[in-house]
Write a protein that binds this ligand. Structure first.
Ligand code: LLP
Length: 426
């Protein structure tokens, strides 16, 4: 699952004690295990090897360039959704030919930048965007490759805010419109409309929504091929899950067992866009208890990280396993998740210092009795943790540390008060 383990009564990341990281770099701090990150990528590559897919790491999940570099070196491509993400992918050494660009609202400047660097594929989401792309490609005198993002109207059975492949969402075009889209743009010379793109949502804890969505895409590809359009690419997006509560996520091999047979022998170039399944379990948010406050029959453990550091609990009702870094006799967890039971656990709300009731990491959670000064680990925080952080309440963003074996190095320094006002020097 990952390389965060309890050894000698305390939590370690690979060969480094989390207590040492807190001492050296302070808290709150995001700690990443390089080995976990790379292994999760490799598991996907191995599971889908029969399709020889291009695996484009979804940068939005965890965009630190030092992490992206680890994957670029392994030959990964990148899935980007903004000019900023394109900039990061290239900074990390990403090969532009292996970068795919999605998003409903690409600006003219972003499209131009993508075309100028020789981007591999633009995933187009509307007729208006395609008009703009054709015009810019002509102006730039470059040829571009594009895939049409279709909306397969499949329920991924996940939170409504991260459901993207159902009819009422803003993403892609429905199948009926897709046919007309190809009639209108399928023979354009500036832009080769060569594929379809899907992304049904995230996290998707089941394989059947992928099967349904891919089947729909394949039917459409067959129809378009019969109509004379040359479709050589299918990008099936991201959304594979991660272990938040225990070991609930299907592993890469389980997704592949359902998906590979559908796509083998099809002769298509397959693209995957995993983010969370690579990054989530590779990161822990390490935070220190500032105060413990019993109030109104509750016990609040107030930590030095806040909703500005990790917004997932309040935004998606997301569950993150939380446990002390040095849990004390009898509390070293054998496994993670809700099921942990030991005499002496206390019902606790873990909250941050931000002035909002939504500033919590866990509510009514049974935890060992922790005290002021202790360290807590918020697990499975590698994806959509730091990447969704803000400076709300004028709180400088946390530091990021990368652990590789016995070495821990800073890969993003803690922001300072000067950083808070830097862009205001105008
Ligand atoms: N491809 C596209 C087009 C996407 O929009 C996304 C994620 C991905 C790939 C990667 O999905 P992943 O493999 O990471 O599940 N902030 C939310 C998740 C939003 C996902 C947005 N799109 C969260 O914290 O759960």
């Amino acid at each position: 699952m990952d390389y965060f383990e309890y050894r000698d009564s305390a939590l370690w990341c690979e060969g480094v004690a989390m207590e040492r990281i807190a001492r050296e770099f302070g808290t709150p701090v995001y700690v990443y295990s390089a080995r976990t990150f790379v292994e999760h990528y490799e598991r996907i590559a191995t599971a889908f090897a029969k399709l020889q897919p291009l695996i484009c790491y979804s940068i939005k999940s965890c965009p630190n360039t030092h992490l992206c570099k680890l994957l670029a070196r392994k030959g990964a491509g990148f899935d980007v959704v903004s000019g900023g993400e394109l900039f990061r992918a290239r900074r990390a050494g990403g090969d532009p030919a292996k970068i795919v660009f999605a998003g409903v609202g690409k600006s003219e400047a972003e499209i131009r930048a993508a075309l100028r660097c020789g981007i591999g594929l633009l995933n187009v989401e509307s007729e208006a965007e395609m008009d703009q792309l054709v015009r810019i490609a002509a102006e730039e005198s470059v040829s571009a490759r594009a895939a049409l993002r279709i909306n397969p109207d499949v329920d991924p059975v996940t939170h409504r805010h991260t459901t993207t492949g159902t009819r009422e969402t803003k993403f892609g075009v429905d199948v009926a419109r897709a046919r007309r889209f190809f009639e209108r743009f399928g023979r354009t010379k500036e832009v080769s409309l060569c594929g379809l793109h899907l992304h049904i949502g995230s996290p998707v804890n089941r394989v059947d929504p992928y099967v349904a969505a891919i089947q729909r895409a394949l039917e459409l590809i067959d129809e378009l091929t019969r109509a004379g359009f040359a479709i050589d690419t299918l990008d099936i997006g991201g959304g594979f899950s991660a272990h938040y509560r225990g070991t609930e996520a299907p592993d890469a091999a389980a997704y592949a067992a359902a998906i590979v047979p559908l796509l083998r022998e099809r002769g298509l170039r397959i693209i995957l866009e995993p983010g969370r399944s690579i990054a989530a379990n590779a990161g822990v948010l390490l935070t220190r208890v500032e105060y413990v406050k019993p109030a109104n029959a509750r016990r609040f453990v107030i930590v030095d990280a806040g909703m500005n550091d990790l917004i997932r609990p309040v935004l998606y009702d997301a569950y993150h396993f939380i446990w002390p870094v040095r849990p004390g006799e009898g509390f070293v967890p054998g496994a993670r998740g809700d099921a942990i039971d030991a005499p002496g656990l206390v019902e606790t709300d873990v909250v941050g210092p931000v002035c909002e009731t939504g500033d919590f990491f866990a509510r009514k959670r049974r935890l060992p009795p922790v005290e002021r000064g202790e360290l807590l680990a918020v697990f499975t925080a590698g994806a959509y943790g730091m990447s969704m952080s803000s400076q709300y309440n004028s709180r400088p963003r946390a530091a990021e540390v990368l652990v590789e074996g016995d070495a821990a190095r800073l890969i993003r320094r803690r922001e300072t008060y000067d950083d808070l006002v830097e862009a205001e020097h105008v």
